[in-house]
Design a binder for this molecule. Structure first.
Ligand code: SIN
Length: 536
């Protein structure tokens, strides 16, 4: 991307408040909090959360955490399933490392008091698409994320060395001579503050809000990827946005996730005529991996000329369904649907970004003193398509790695607490006010239409032209609050995603090019990579 402003806002250290911490964690989801808890208690930690600390993708996760728990299951099988679904772009060493650590991370959560569901004296294990074995650990039926976050938030609140700053927006990473020195943040009470940190961990989550249809909450606007890009970090594989097959589709209703675990329990996918159709597309039926199921649903919607298909659990034991999916039952009941008797209208929606900020095995990015974990990062675990319930697992494992790594690095630095001469002089921008909601809605519709589950060169080229056009008058502006900054971040991310999707002239994992329907290993068994021209 040519000549983009280094920072979103103008600032000068003499006219700002300053705060100092050993480790700064940007993001209050599972990866961020697990990282904060991995820091040596002798070091100070500040965690920045954009809204209330419970408002994150982690909190809304339903399915669970994949881990080899059952005596009949094997680490090699979980590794093989992850590699198989990942479309030959996973890093096998990373997969082995993360999958191998899973039982330990589950045990740790149990020790901390997480109430995972049980079958007798054992953990109850669910099944999801792409898994050859039941290995999904879940909690309160379909509220796994909420239960894990309850425990982790409580622990972070009690940790004497950890401060949580909620309702605080991170504008940009501060860099001096290419080295990360902390971040500039904003909140209603204090305005802009420069937080100087010996080490910074990026854990800002995903970017589902770039799409009109998404399972992600409003906070998921891809801020971390955009700010890392502006700071000179390498980003990779931004074309790989995963579409979850089953998102509740009711006019006027929230686009709630309908967990893949429903299909693990035996739910069917049927079209408007009540016909089960998955066998037409894949021999694994409803338990095929999500890229396969999402594309099958899109095709079936087209064939039947209908805006959705249905998830059907009416043939299953009603009591079991109610106990296993109390959250889904409650959301559907708000729309007068009884999930034990009525079919649930669903269609795919943007769910999870496999690409992001490149990190090594410890969670180190390419910018010195900057680490990353969770959805904002790309570790090599997911490749071109994430296996269900591997994301909370990755957040836990890489949260620990990044937290420990940052902690050790901060302890080694004698003093990094001076205010560095970093400033961003004001520029005169256009004065005409913009209708930001209108641009955001247009961006979300455009991404859904042209950068959705199926793409082609014509749509992508047109989308890129639009994004560039909007960027020319939105990016140079100075906004005063998160509405404008989020839109700017979304424009940065959208451009990287579309450029990557245009470049990858093949179909692989979650990236489906209808004009290049085959996988092209000789040319494309590799990553797409982005770094700002000239560095930070
Ligand atoms: C789901 O419950 O279907 C989502 C799980 C995941 O995204 O891994």
């Amino acid at each position: 991307m040519a000549a983009t402003p280094r920072y979103l806002v103008a600032f000068h250290p003499k006219r700002m408040s300053h705060f100092f911490t050993d480790v700064l964690v940007l993001g209050g989801g599972l990866a961020g909090l697990r990282a904060a808890l991995a820091v040596d208690p002798k070091l100070s930690v500040v965690v920045i959360a954009k809204q209330d600390i419970r408002e994150s993708n982690s909190n809304y996760a339903q399915g669970g955490v994949a881990a080899v728990i059952d005596a009949d299951d094997r680490i090699e099988d979980h590794v093989a399933d992850t590699l198989q679904v990942g479309g030959s772009l996973c890093d096998p060493e990373v997969v082995r490392q993360v999958v191998g650590e899973a039982p330990q991370r589950i045990q740790e959560l149990l020790t901390w008091g997480t109430r995972f569901d049980r079958a007798g004296d054992r953990l109850a294990l669910g099944r999801e698409g792409g898994h050859g074995h039941s290995r999904i650990v879940h909690a309160l039926g379909d509220a796994t994320g909420r239960e894990i976050m309850r425990v982790v938030i409580q622990r972070a609140r009690r940790a004497p060395n950890v401060q949580l700053w909620e309702n605080t927006f991170t504008l940009d990473l501060l860099t001096l001579e290419g080295v990360c020195r902390g971040a500039i943040v904003w909140n209603d009470r204090h305005g802009k503050t420069m937080i100087w940190a010996k080490q910074t961990i990026l854990a800002t989550g995903g970017a589902g809000q770039l799409y009109r249809e998404t399972t992600n909450p409003e906070v998921a606007t891809g801020d971390g990827m955009a700010m890392a890009y502006r700071a000179g970090a390498e980003l990779r594989d931004m074309e790989f946005m995963q579409f979850h097959p089953t998102v509740l589709y009711i006019a006027g209703g929230s686009r709630s996730l309908i967990s893949e675990a429903t299909r693990g329990e035996g739910a069917w996918l049927v079209d408007r005529y009540g016909r089960r159709f998955m066998a037409d597309y894949d021999s694994r039926g409803e338990l095929a991996p999500r890229d396969v199921v999402a594309l099958a649903i899109v095709s079936q919607m087209e064939k039947t000329k209908y805006p959705n298909v249905y998830l059907d659990m009416t043939h299953l034991d009603p009591e079991r369904v109610r106990n296993r999916f109390p959250g889904i039952a409650a959301v559907c009941a708000e729309f007068d649907l009884d999930i034990t008797r009525d079919r649930i209208p669903v269609r795919p929606g943007a769910h999870y970004m496999m690409g992001g900020v490149v990190v090594d095995r410890e969670g180190r990015t390419t910018v010195p003193n900057l680490w990353a974990a969770g959805e904002v990062a790309t570790t090599g675990l997911h490749g071109a398509n994430r296996l269900a319930s591997n994301s909370l697992l990755e957040a836990l494992v890489y949260g620990v790695h990044a937290g420990e790594g940052a902690s050790q690095a901060a302890a080694r630095l004698q003093d990094n607490f001076s205010v560095a001469p970093i400033e961003n002089p004001p520029v005169v921008g256009p004065a005409e006010p913009l209708n930001l909601a209108d641009i955001r809605n247009s961006l979300q519709s455009l991404m859904w239409r042209d950068m959705g589950a199926r793409r082609d060169a014509e749509g992508l080229t047109e989308a890129l032209e639009n994004i560039k056009h909007w960027g020319r008058y939105v990016l140079p502006r100075q906004f005063a609050d998160p509405t404008g900054w989020e839109l700017q971040n979304m424009l940065y991310d959208a451009r990287l995603m579309i450029e990557a999707a245009l470049a990858r002239q093949e179909t692989r994992g979650a990236h489906c090019r209808v004009d290049f329907p085959e996988t092209d290993d000789p040319r494309w068994r590799r990553h797409t990579s982005f770094r700002i021209e000239g560095g930070a």
